[in-house]
Design a protein around this ligand. Structure first.
Ligand SMILES: [Zn+2]
Length: 278
């Protein structure tokens, strides 16, 4: 039996640092003659590259599916030729297991009529910060503004890479646009809390962020692209009464730390404010 009264929201704020060049494609796989072969996705208003919330969420979901060993099913293909997509979801009779809901479906949600209840997690688009972190000669990190660094295109570098033709073995150079190492993005992830089972959802969310740090974001991860790290992580709690009267019921700063690992080690202590009984 689940209740549907919102208790509050946990807000995770962090900077995402591109430790290596980051490529989230605007039109991945399309080869355009005369233009940039593989542009990165950019905000149409500001022209700045960004990390779509859907990319962050989708990547964490797929990493967690494997880490938790959850079964996957093939989605019905939109067209006969479209590639197969395998994701995890629960049918109604699979959702409750040993008295607890499936933590993956509960956190990330399930599509359409299969939805047992709304997904708890919202991931906002992560926008590029005005400063980036660049190591100097001594190896210490300096913060520079984008005007102080030279990039081939605004906020991005262009790499030439060889693609080997499998039949002729000819190397076809192509351009890969990417956001350079050191770029910082402003991330926000919000988790709706209804009952004690959502404690596991929060744990799963942080687990997904940790798994992402040991994997990659975007494309060409096997070439070393897309290594990211969460920095300056903050956890806030907004009780539902905050949305009525923030003076009487202010938000609570649960924790802040330079890294995700730092907060992860103190998880039980940090969340005891929301779930004192656990
Ligand atoms: Zn499930």
């Amino acid at each position: 039996m689940t209740t549907h009264a919102l208790k509050g929201k946990v807000i995770v704020q962090a900077h995402i640092k591109a430790v290596t060049g980051l490529r989230i494609g605007g039109a991945a796989g399309r080869f355009e003659i005369g233009g940039l072969d593989n542009p990165v996705i950019r905000d149409p208003v500001t022209g700045r590259p960004y990390i779509p919330g859907s990319s962050l969420k989708g990547k964490m979901r797929s990493l967690l599916t494997r880490a938790l060993g959850r079964p996957v099913k093939e989605l019905v293909r939109a067209r006969r030729n479209s590639p197969a997509i395998h994701i995890h979801w629960c049918e109604p009779d699979e959702y409750q297991q040993d008295g607890a809901p499936c933590v993956l479906c509960r956190t990330f949600g399930t599509a359409g009529e299969r939805a047992q209840e709304p997904g708890r997690l919202i991931v906002r688009d992560a926008h590029l910060l005005d400063e980036l972190e660049v190591p100097d000669e001594s190896g210490s990190i300096r913060r520079l503004s984008w005007d102080e660094v030279a990039t081939e295109l605004p906020y991005t570098e262009v790499k030439w890479e060889a693609v080997i033709d499998v039949i002729t073995s000819a190397a076809n150079p192509r351009q890969m646009e990417r956001v350079p190492a050191g770029a910082l993005f402003d991330a926000e992830l919000l988790l709706a809390v209804y009952d004690e089972h959502d404690r596991e959802c929060l744990r799963t969310l942080l687990q997904g962020m940790l798994l992402l740090e040991d994997d990659y974001l975007g494309s060409s991860g096997s070439r070393g692209y897309g290594r990211v790290r969460f920095q300056e992580v903050r956890l806030l709690w907004r009780p539902v009464a905050y949305y009525r009267d923030p003076q009487q019921h202010p938000e609570v700063k649960l924790a802040a730390g330079p890294s995700l690992a730092d907060l992860w080690e103190r998880f039980d202590e940090i969340v005891s404010h929301i779930w004192p009984e656990a």
